[in-house]
Design a protein around this ligand. Structure first.
Ligand SMILES: *Cc1c(COP(=O)(O)O)cnc(C)c1O
Length: 400
């Protein structure tokens, strides 16, 4: 028996059974061919079964698929780490691997806390985060998040005491720093685009001000780019525009071909652990960190991203989505937003979207709305016709 995610097992409808997946398409057991408009939770950026990634994984598997990083190392992890150090902005050069985005967020939060503990600043136990934030489903990630639909369970613990959630408004940011700066170890954000909290988009000026305040008060800035990384916002990384102290990548890291994530620290953070004292070491080590097959996939995925002029592709996707949705209105639509490779049609209440998944399925599109969000996060290899079909399906729902 499979226990499915985010679902009441008693009432959930049967999932579609996939028998094949190629490029942007999912093929189901009952003979449907579906454009995957959400890239399997946003990760399959080059499409399914990308031949170069698949070959790189197979080649690595012929040698070995896994060895631990405790006391051992290997070419695949060394090559990926050198590539990331070279490719990521600034001095984000120190790569700590883990098996999922949630764990990579846990690592970032542990790093931020211990960075100050190592300096004897043990009063810095609090984290600043955003309202509607989503950083994963593990416990500390849930705590810094602010997503009632997933995390109301945390209310059993009573009010949060170690996390302050603020809206993406500069006055709220300034006030939070003025009041809490002495107790903060970090400010964690999904930069520019808050995903699972409702596909909320905000301005870069907020992050620029956050960078200034973090510098002024000695607070670490953490970008959770698990969702926004690899071009989703139209920037390669938002970290290219505003440099964080710690960067978290996941989802599309391997082109969505196998689970893996990385917490990348800048020089300042790394130096805070580098000493003669064993207690200054980072005490963390997921069993599958630096998995060789995942590292081979990630390296190849980055090569494709570099060679394939992806930022141009994403610009094209953005302009087609804007063109297709331009001027479309309905009383049940609150707002239509487009940023990079993300389209969100926000409706007035979740009931408006009930039945959309089946409606889209009958028209050859796989989609999975949540909360008030009807959204698309397409694979970047999508053609114009396929993209138009997704937009047409969304519009047809409101015109039926
Ligand atoms: C999906 C997501 C995570 C969690 O990643 P998992 O691999 O599902 O654990 C964390 N942060 C953000 C912003 C995400 O979108």
């Amino acid at each position: 028996m499979i226990w499915y995610p985010y679902a009441q097992m008693k009432t959930m409808k049967a999932p579609y059974k996939v028998v094949d997946a190629q490029g942007v398409y999912l093929y189901t057991e009952d003979g449907h061919k579906l454009i995957d408009s959400v890239s399997s939770w946003w990760c399959v950026i080059h499409g399914y079964c990308q031949p170069d990634i698949t070959a790189a994984m197979q080649e690595q598997m012929q040698r070995f698929s896994h060895v631990m990083l405790g006391g051992l190392t290997h070419d695949a992890v060394e090559r990926l780490s050198a590539k990331l150090a070279d490719w990521l902005p600034g001095d984000l050069d120190y790569c700590f691997y883990s098996d999922s985005g949630s764990v990579a967020v846990e690592v970032a939060l542990k790093m931020a806390l211990q960075y100050y503990v190592n300096r004897g600043e043990t009063q810095r136990t609090k984290v600043l985060a955003l309202t509607h934030a989503y950083h994963g489903d593990t416990f500390k990630a849930m705590e810094v998040g602010d997503d009632e639909d997933y995390h109301f369970i945390l209310e059993a613990y009573g009010p949060k005491t170690r996390v302050i959630n603020i809206p993406t408004e500069i006055p709220a940011l300034e006030e939070a720093f003025a009041r809490h700066h002495a107790e903060l170890n970090c400010f964690i954000v999904e930069p520019l685009l808050q995903g699972a909290g409702g596909m909320r988009m905000y301005d870069i000026s907020f992050l620029q001000r956050a960078r200034e305040l973090c510098d002024e008060y000695g607070v670490l800035l953490v970008f959770d780019e698990v969702a926004t990384g690899f071009g989703r916002t139209g920037h390669r990384f938002v970290a290219d525009v505003v440099l964080p102290d710690i960067l978290v990548l996941g989802k599309a890291l391997t082109g969505g071909h196998i689970g893996h994530a990385v917490t990348v620290a800048g020089k300042k953070v790394y130096s805070g652990f580098y000493s003669d004292s064993p207690t200054h070491a980072l005490m963390h080590g997921p069993t599958f960190m630096g998995n060789a097959v995942a590292c081979a996939a990630a390296y190849q995925s980055i090569r494709l991203f570099e060679e394939g002029n992806y930022l141009e592709k994403i610009k094209r996707i953005e302009s087609i989505m804007k063109r297709e949705m331009h001027g479309f209105t309905d009383p049940r639509i609150r707002e239509i937003r487009v940023m990079g490779g993300c389209l969100c049609v926000e409706v007035t209440e979740p009931g408006v979207l009930a039945g959309f998944q089946e409606f889209a399925y009958e028209r050859g599109v796989f989609n999975r709305p949540f909360l008030c969000c009807l959204y698309a996060m397409v694979p970047y290899i999508i053609t114009e016709d396929e993209l138009v079909k997704i937009c047409d399906t969304m519009k047809a729902w409101f015109r039926r």
